[in-house]
Ligand binder design. Structure first.
Ligand SMILES: Nc1ncnc2c1ncn2[C@@H]1O[C@H](COP(=O)(O)OP(=O)(O)OP(=O)(O)O)[C@@H](O)[C@H]1O
Length: 493
């Protein structure tokens, strides 16, 4: 099957998400869509998948007009979509997750024919060498394998075209491999594959062709062999970007006493008694696999869970927080790993989300004028792409939403900032901007703890890195500038 989209335009109110974009997708080739946050990548995929309608333009499937009004209609014509978010239900089996929404297929006289469903689910997983047995429990699989189950779900409808929207965004470096291998296996089956990614290393690894979008318009189509990473970046942003990974931080002196110190804090089996100090101006990275203890440490400081033993001091005083709100009040801001579930309210405006943690007041009243000024300053500083400060947050693109959550944290001028995967889904230009802002904040005294699956991010940002394994610090990298990803991975596993 060939996909030809021509002269596609789509606006949302005053935002022109796509302007006269044409792309051609060929079978047996992996096609990457790249561009800055808000460039229009997801909108284009959604139009192809039936989740959005184009205002104008035409899509042809093997020469036949294709204007699906729903995902189901697109699926029936052979076009499947894999979402950015994880959509696995852990209380169901692998096979049930694959056939969710189509379980009726496996019912005979009111009974679910589990054995047949399992056999068929296994066949689909094996068709792209996922290496997953349907008899396993979901909890024994990693997120990359969960993504492969979502790919199997799309494949169970026998599509000829598979669209993946930032499917690796929530995965760590190992889990990504499973998804990229799946794409390569499907390419060999002669499928049309298009994916969105902010990670140009992934694009280089699997894409045969790429289309660059900028501000809703197409910059161009390229053979990936003929264009280098620097040129892709330059074309994405419309100006030169020197490198995707900024120079590592030079060690900075930290003369003051610790702003935060943990003494033998422990939390069940998740965290063995741990002591460490965080000084003003210091950025400390935490590396570790899921469940290694980094997330639990952040949750303890953020007031989400209570330590079983040990204690934390903030600014030399006992720091006991029972709820996240307590922590925010004391100047400890937390950017959670999942921006929409915990980080912000999608139905509220950009302004409301930005100032939500500490709304400016005049007397007993909300000071809308001051809130407006502060929101506008954050929108400019973080280069948040929104039609206005009053726009509904849910209308922003994924990367821009992430910047809103970061803005909400910075708005309270915290003394300690806890960041979990701070630049997930954020494009390269904005990522460098966020690193610059965090360094500026650190230079004026902010202390930050950064838990990230992106090890290059930790190396670039941190003054030191705590590498966690099985609930304890297995190793401390004192000079991240001299470390490589492999050095860190060795201590994580
Ligand atoms: N449902 C919507 N309502 C209003 N505006 C929208 C809607 N969907 C997308 N937009 C706007 O359209 C533009 C393109 O968004 P899109 O999600 O396609 O970008 P993207 O390239 O996928 O970005 P990201 O890399 O951040 O995910 C953005 O300015 C976004 O705010």
């Amino acid at each position: 099957m060939r996909v030809a989209a021509t002269h596609i335009s789509r606006s949302f109110g005053s935002t022109r998400a796509l302007i006269d974009v044409s792309v051609a997708l060929e079978p047996g080739l992996v096609h990457a869509l790249v561009g800055e946050n808000g460039a229009g990548k997801s909108t284009l995929l959604k139009i192809l998948a039936g989740a959005e309608r184009a205002d104008s333009g035409e899509v042809l499937l093997d020469g036949q007009p294709f204007a699906p009004r729903s995902l189901a209609e697109a699926e029936a014509r052979g076009v499947g979509l894999v979402y950015q978010e994880i959509t696995i239900n852990p209380s169901l089996s692998i096979a049930e997750n694959i056939y969710i929404g189509h379980l009726r297929r496996w019912r005979r006289g009111g009974l679910l024919s589990t054995a047949r469903m399992q056999r068929e689910a296994q066949r689909v997983l094996d068709s792209f060498s996922a290496g997953i047995s349907v008899s396993r429990s979901l909890s024994s699989l990693d997120l990359g394998q969960w993504k492969c189950i979502e790919i199997a779900r799309a494949l169970s409808l026998q599509p000829s075209v598979l669209l993946l929207d930032e499917s690796t965004a929530f995965l760590n470096h190992r889990e990504v491999d499973a998804v990229l291998s799946a794409m390569q296996a499907l390419k060999r089956e002669n499928m049309v594959i298009a994916f969105v990614s902010h990670h140009l290393a992934e694009v280089e690894r699997v894409a045969d062709r790429l289309t660059i979008l900028k501000d809703g318009s197409k910059v161009g189509d390229y053979d990936s062999a003929s264009i280098g990473r620097d040129e892709i970046q330059a074309r994405m942003v419309g100006r030169g970007v020197s490198t995707g990974r900024p120079a590592a931080r030079e060690p900075v002196p930290h003369p003051a006493g610790p702003v935060l110190s943990a003494r033998a804090v422990a939390s069940g089996a998740r965290l063995a008694p741990l002591s460490f100090e965080l000084r003003p101006g210091e950025i400390v990275g935490i590396a570790g696999l899921k469940g290694a203890g980094g997330e639990r440490l952040m949750e303890l400081i953020a007031g989400i869970v209570q330590p079983d033993s040990g204690g934390i001091q903030l600014g030399g005083r006992d720091y006991r927080v029972r709820t996240p709100a307590d922590a925010w009040r004391q100047g400890v801001a937390y950017l959670p790993g999942d921006r929409t579930a915990e980080g912000l309210i999608v139905d509220a405006s950009v302004l409301d989300n930005l100032v939500m943690a500490r709304p400016p007041r005049r007397g007993p009243f909300f000071d809308r004028a001051r809130a407006g000024r502060s929101a506008r300053a954050l929108i400019d500083r973080l280069r948040i792409k929104t039609s206005s400060k009053d726009a509904r947050s849910g209308s922003l693109s994924g990367g821009n939403l992430q910047k809103v959550v970061l803005g909400k944290c910075l708005a309270i001028q915290p003394s300690v900032l806890l960041l979990h995967n701070p630049t997930r889904g954020v494009d390269i230009g904005a990522r460098l901007e966020i690193y610059r802002i965090l360094r500026e904040e650190a230079a004026s005294g902010l202390a930050a703890l950064v838990l990230s699956e992106d090890l290059n991010e930790l190396i670039s940002l941190s003054d030191r890195i705590l590498v966690m394994r099985a609930g304890a610090v297995a190793f401390t990298v004192d000079r991240p500038a001299d470390a490589t990803e492999d050095d860190i991975i060795r201590h994580m596993t």
